[in-house]
Design a protein around this ligand. Structure first.
Ligand SMILES: Cc1cc2nc3c(=O)[nH]c(=O)nc-3n(C[C@H](O)[C@H](O)[C@H](O)COP(=O)(O)OP(=O)(O)OC[C@H]3O[C@@H](n4cnc5c(N)ncnc54)[C@H](O)[C@@H]3O)c2cc1C
Length: 384
């Protein structure tokens, strides 16, 4: 028999997430920080105090030794309260922690995982470049060997939360003359290193998740900044994509459920033509369809989490979950705005923020067009 229940322990963790968010980042503060384009300070520390950053990591590093379904439930719940909370959690756990766990050295894990789990250390992924977006393997940022380590020159763009990161997980070309997936390595670069110049980017949504264009001008890092095998960096990044894709999908599902709940509450409350909006069948049906879409996409996401928790292959399922969750979020945010109308369009409405934020997820973390091609390949529809 299939079991859709969550454990007592998972329920307790989610309740503690709810209490922490209500106390430290209630809806009015989410709106204020978004309006100011600031990341709420101290949020990562709160996650650390709660212990949720340690869920997927072994106990010897201070983690909880939990499974990926629990991580997924937590990210979804954080996204329900505030996209920035889920994003900050995911970039640190997925790009930092899971990368260290999967291909970091023993010394890097021992030094960096405990502070990460405590919420003392945030990581950001520096992969995208002006000429390398969806086609990430087109990256040209170079790192060359020096007597003491590495010297980096190039430019990264749209790097999230780089200003508060302890380390930029920086993907560089280290083999002269190489192209595509080959000859790429990963270096851990503190953004405070001389030669790192950051310029803030302004955007449509996700304003609390700060975005940065980063120039690397003769940036020197030591030899032990190398994470993983030299020349194998691109494959290392690809080997952890299921974590970040499931993180994006879970964040999107949390926001999608928030949009549905806002629309339901509004439709029950708002009276036009002498009756609540729920008394119009067309709107009732719209709300039903919105919830059904969210439930469908969530099932695909939880199945992915189960595959990950049980160590099964899941590349195709990770792509599917991300595509479905991101498109569901966009659809329900748009329908929710229609139901809230002027109330949702108002600057102070959370629906306003969810609609703006929702546009990111169909092209971020792998454009859905490219992911559909990946799924098509897995289905044998495209010659390899
Ligand atoms: C808010 C935000 C946060 C981000 N955070 C990070 C971060 O932390 N770290 C990081 O490294 N990057 C980050 N990025 C960059 C993000 O990963 C890229 O925006 C994404 O990869 C898409 O690249 P692009 O914007 O250059 O679009 P392009 O690659 O130029 O794509 C443009 C359009 O063409 C479509 N397209 C591209 N290739 C194909 C194809 N093969 N088939 C069909 N259609 C295709 C795309 O879907 C898209 O609609 C962030 C971006 C944003 C906006």
């Amino acid at each position: 028999m299939m079991d859709f229940s969550i454990t007592e322990e998972q329920r307790a963790i989610l309740d503690s997430v709810d209490r922490m968010m209500a106390a430290h980042l209630p809806p009015d503060q989410v709106r204020e920080y978004d309006g100011r384009g600031e990341c709420p300070p101290g949020l990562l520390r709160r996650f650390g105090e709660l212990g949720i950053l340690g869920i997927p990591f072994p106990e010897r590093f201070g983690g909880l030794g939990g499974d990926w379904l629990t991580v997924t439930l937590v990210v979804e719940r954080l996204g329900y309260h505030a996209a920035i909370a889920a994003s900050l959690y995911s970039i640190t756990v997925d790009f930092g922690g899971m990368s260290l766990l999967t291909y970091g050295s023993d010394a890097q894990r021992a030094a960096l995982l405990p502070p990460l789990i405590q919420g003392e250390m945030q990581f950001s992924l520096a992969l995208s470049e002006p000429g390398a977006g969806t086609d990430a393997a087109a990256l040209v940022t170079r790192a060359e060997r020096t007597a003491a380590g590495w010297r980096i020159n190039g430019r990264k763009t749209w790097i999230s939360s780089a200003d508060t990161a302890a380390y930029l997980v920086t993907v560089c070309r280290t083999e002269r003359g190489s192209t595509g997936n080959a000859g790429v390595s990963i270096l851990l670069v503190p953004p405070t290193t001389p030669g790192v110049h950051m310029t803030r980017l302004h955007k449509l949504g996700n304003n609390s998740l700060t975005s940065w264009d980063i120039a690397f001008e003769d940036v020197e890092v030591p030899a032990d900044a190398l994470m993983g095998e030299e020349g194998n960096g691109f494959r290392h990044v690809m080997s952890t994509l299921q974590f970040s894709r499931s993180g994006q999908a879970a964040n999107a599902m949390g926001q999608a459920q928030a949009a549905v709940d806002l629309a339901v509450a509004h439709a029950k409350d708002r009276v036009q033509f002498g009756r609540p909006l729920t008394q119009f069948q067309v709107l009732r049906h719209k709300l039903v369809d919105m919830q059904a879409r969210v439930d469908q996409a969530r099932l695909i996401l939880y199945r992915l989490a189960w595959l990950m928790a049980t160590g099964q292959p899941c590349r195709r399922e990770a792509a599917q979950a991300k595509v479905l969750a991101s498109e569901t979020l966009q659809a329900v945010a748009s329908d929710g705005m229609q139901i809230l109308a002027s109330s949702g369009y108002a600057a102070e409405s959370p629906m306003n923020r969810i609609l703006r934020d929702s546009r990111l997820y169909t092209f971020g973390e792998g454009a859905n067009e490219m992911l559909r091609d990946q799924i098509a390949r897995a289905m044998g529809l495209v010659p390899r």
